[in-house]
Design a protein around this ligand. Structure first.
Ligand code: GLV
Ligand code: MN
Ligand code: MN
Length: 412
């Protein structure tokens, strides 16, 4: 009876622990930014795991790595399960890794129990989910959303992208060749840590995601004039740092007062020339904002750009605006949400609908196929940090829900 089927928790833990050693940091996290040596080592490790499990291995022009479990009709649609093996710089062990390991464990479980399904199963590790180079790189390529422009003006810098692709044996052309045809995927399922405190606070086992926020990013440059920091009068400076700082504070105020469903982040400022004794001539800032609603996005976008222009003018600066791409908010599939809820009920786990403030590969796939995600509780809500932690029991619960939801969808 497939309803009684469970993943092998000990085997999944051993696999998870092996993976956590790759790029491990002294603080207990991992450092595997996209196309770093550690990230590529994790991809190689994944390939070896897939082959050892007796599953078919596949990779594509975007460097996405997959395990395949196919049934007699090779032209069956594919139910995709997965997540990503890259991390943010000095990140945690669970973000992405848990979803890949759980997806692989689902395929191992179905294979060893010789269950025949009406879809093929594929466990995928998407290249570059964390947006270090391009927001959602591998999944955007697979879903056909990646453009030449995304590759030419990536938010992580073109030079870094080119170097990284070279290390991975990839190119612009290969990236753009990874698109899968419409209709080839029956759906995409992902297990992920929550990265927030809602589940833990409410004491609930599983969050069934109803929507994922959209993400827009810009590089804003405030441009002034370099001057002697000791001899130039305070009212005679065109100090780029003032525009950048004033904008950062005002953007926070704007979002908190007028856009309570949104968030804004200035994640990086580069000062030029960048010395104690020179008035900053230029500040380049990495700006990102997120919203669950498309209409609100447009309003926030206009308001932030107006604010940047206003602060530049106030300090006698020029403003340069470089748009670095956007991902729209994504609505998750009703039928997959129902499959997750049914699986939770069968397993005796509590569940609640929730939204995701983090970006995920499912956003790329939402126009290609039905998508659904579940979250498991993050201790203290910590994520993108070595403090990231989810109790192993919760990871196992999530993997069993993933398995049972996949079986529901694959036998319907
Ligand atoms: C990825 O985790 C993101 O939300 O930026
Ligand atoms: Mn992630
Ligand atoms: Mn992340």
């Amino acid at each position: 009876m497939t309803k009684d089927l469970r993943i092998n928790a000990d085997r999944m833990l051993a696999t998870f622990n092996q993976l956590a050693l790759i790029g491990a940091t002294a603080e207990g996290g991992v450092n595997r930014p996209t196309f770093s040596e550690a990230h590529l080592a994790a991809c190689k490790w994944f390939r070896e795991e897939v082959e050892q499990a007796g599953l078919e291995f596949r990779t594509d022009g975007a460097g996405n790595h997959s395990a395949l479990l196919t049934f007699e009709h090779s032209n069956l649609p594919t139910l995709l399960l997965g997540s990503h093996l890259d991390s943010v710089p000095d990140g945690g062990r669970f973000d992405g890794a848990l979803g890949v390991v759980a997806a692989l464990e689902v395929l191992r479980t179905v294979k060893e129990n010789e269950i025949r399904l009406k879809v093929n199963l594929e466990a995928i590790d998407f290249t570059g989910e964390e947006g270090t180079l391009v927001v959602l790189l591998g999944s955007a390529a697979l879903s056909g959303h990646l453009s030449q422009k995304d590759l030419q003006t990536p938010r992580g810098g073109r030079e870094n992208l080119v170097e990284g692709m070279k290390r991975a044996g990839l190119s612009d052309e290969s990236m753009l060749s990874a698109a899968r045809p419409k209709g080839s995927l029956a759906g995409y399922l992902e297990l992920h840590i929550e990265q927030g405190k809602r589940l833990e606070r409410a004491g609930i086992n599983i969050g069934v995601v109803s929507a994922i926020v959209g993400i827009w990013s810009y590089r804003l440059s405030f441009i002034g004039r370099a001057d002697h920091a000791g001899t130039t009068a305070m009212d005679d400076r065109r100090d780029a740092s003032l525009g950048a700082s004033a904008f950062t504070l005002a953007a926070r105020e704007l979002v908190m007062t007028k856009f309570p469903n949104c968030v804004v982040n200035v994640g990086k400022m580069d000062f030029a020339p960048g010395a104690f004794n020179i008035v900053p001539a230029r500040v380049d800032m990495a700006l990102e904002f997120r919203s669950p609603d498309e209409e609100e996005f447009k309003q926030l976008d206009a308001a932030l750009l107006e604010l940047a222009g206003h602060e530049a003018l106030r300090f006698g600066l020029e403003l340069k605006v470089e748009f670095l791409g956007k991902h729209s908010p994504s609505i998750m599939s009703d039928s997959i949400q129902r499959a997750y809820a049914g699986a939770c009920n069968d397993l005796g786990l509590t569940h609640v609908p929730t939204t995701s403030g983090a970006g995920h590969d499912g956003q790329s796939l939402a126009e290609l196929c039905p998508v659904g995600m579940i979250f498991v509780p993050s201790v203290d809500g910590a994520s993108h940090s070595p403090r990231e932690f989810t109790k192993w029991e919760d990871c196992v619960n999530g993997a069993n829900v993933l398995l049972q939801a996949a079986l529901r969808l694959a036998t319907e």
